[in-house]
Design a protein around this ligand. Structure first.
Ligand code: GRF
Length: 197
C-alpha cells in the first residue's frame, strides 16, 4: 500500500520494481489525501486500485485519521509506504499500523524535518544532503532510520535542482529497501533498524 499527495515519481519507481517477480512486493492499492494528482493517474494506468480520503471531508483531524486507517486496512497491507504523502498520520492510524509504516523524507534526518527539507538544507548552506527512509512514529520525521542516501549540494543549486538530485537517489533507496523489507523483514532495537536476515 502506497500513500501519495503529488507527482508520484517514487510510486512509479515502486510500481516498476514490482513488475519483477523476484522483487518480493506488490502494490495492493494507492491512497491519497487529494484528487487530481499525477500519482493517482499513475496507479490508474496500471490497474492498481486507488482511493482518496480528504481531510476537509471530516469534522476533525482524528476522524480523518481513523477513516484513512480503515480505508488502508481494507486492503490488508503488510507495509504502508508514505511516498510523498504530505500529511502526518495520527494516533488512530499508528495504533493500527505502527511498525509497518515507512516514510521517505528529502533530507538527512534528524536535520531539516518537515515539508521544506530541501529549501531548509540549501538555506543552511550544507555541502551534502540526501534522503532518509524511516519507520513512522508520532513525531515529524523522527522515526527509526531504515536507510539514508547522500547527494552533493552544488554551488549553483536552487531548491528545485537540489530536490531533483535528491529524488533520483531517494527513488533508488526506496525501491531497494521496500523490496528488502518485503523479502526479509526488519527488527527495531533501541532505534536501530536491522534487516532480519
Ligand atoms: C519526495 O522527495 C518526498 O520525499 C517528498 O516529496 C517528494 C515527492 O515526490 N516528501 P513524488 O511525488 O514521489 O514525485
Amino acid at each position: 500500500m502506497v500513500l501519495v499527495s503529488g507527482a508520484g515519481s517514487n510510486l512509479q519507481a515502486l510500481l516498476e520494481a514490482c513488475n519483477d517477480p523476484t522483487y518480493g512486493a506488490s502494490v495492493v492499492a494507492v491512497g491519497a489525501d487529494r484528487e487530481d494528482i499525477e500519482a493517482l493517474a499513475r496507479a490508474d494506468r496500471v490497474g492498481v486500485p486507488t482511493f482518496v480520503t480528504r481531510v476537509g471531508c471530516f469534522a476533525t483531524r482524528e476522524q480523518w485519521d481513523g477513516a484513512l486507517a480503515e480505508k488502508v486496512d481494507a486492503f490488508d497491507p503488510d507495509l504502508v509506504v508514505l511516498a510523498g504523502f504530505m500529511k502526518l498520520v495520527g494516533g488512530r492510524f499508528l495504533a493500527r499500523f505502527e511498525g509497518r509504516v515507512v516514510n521517505t523524507h528529502p533530507a538527512l534526518c534528524p536535520s531539516f524535518p518537515g515539508t521544506t527539507g530541501p529549501a531548509d538544507a540549501l538555506a543552511y548552506g550544507v555541502k551534502v544532503s540526501g534522503a532518509t527512509l524511516f519507520v513512522v512514529d508520532a513525531g515529524v520525521d523522527t522515526g527509526p532510520i531504515v536507510d539514508q542516501t547522500v547527494v552533493p549540494v552544488e554551488d549553483d543549486d536552487d531548491v528545485q535542482s537540489l530536490h531533483e538530485r535528491i529524488k533520483v537517489a531517494e527513488r533508488r533507496m526506496l525501491v531497494d529497501n521496500v523490496g528488502r523489507i518485503a523479502r526479509e523483514g526488519f527488527t527495531i532495537t533501541d532505534r536501530k533498524v536491522r534487516f532480519a536476515t
